[in-house]
Design a protein. Structure first.
Length: 77
């Protein structure tokens, strides 16, 4: 069984990278914005595709440096 608290990094990564719109709404309702922002800052650069990273950085208001891969597109700055 998957525990939303214990397996949070796994769940967050999967939903951010492969989730449907309903799954993304569930993610935002289940975890506080700061928890999602921490994931984007600390693990997102390594675990998310550039497009997914840019989207979630925008949603979570996280600045992800383009020099380390991904980040916000210029139009979103």
């Amino acid at each position: 069984a998957i525990d939303p608290d214990r397996h949070a990094p796994f769940i967050i990564e999967r939903v951010m990278s492969r989730g449907t719109w309903d799954a993304m709404k569930w993610l935002r309702a289940t975890y506080p914005r700061e928890r999602l922002a921490d994931f984007v800052r600390n693990e997102g650069v390594r675990k998310l595709a550039a497009r997914d990273l840019a989207y979630w950085a925008l949603v979570c208001d996280v600045d992800v440096s383009p020099s380390i891969g991904g980040g916000r597109p210029r139009w979103a700055r």
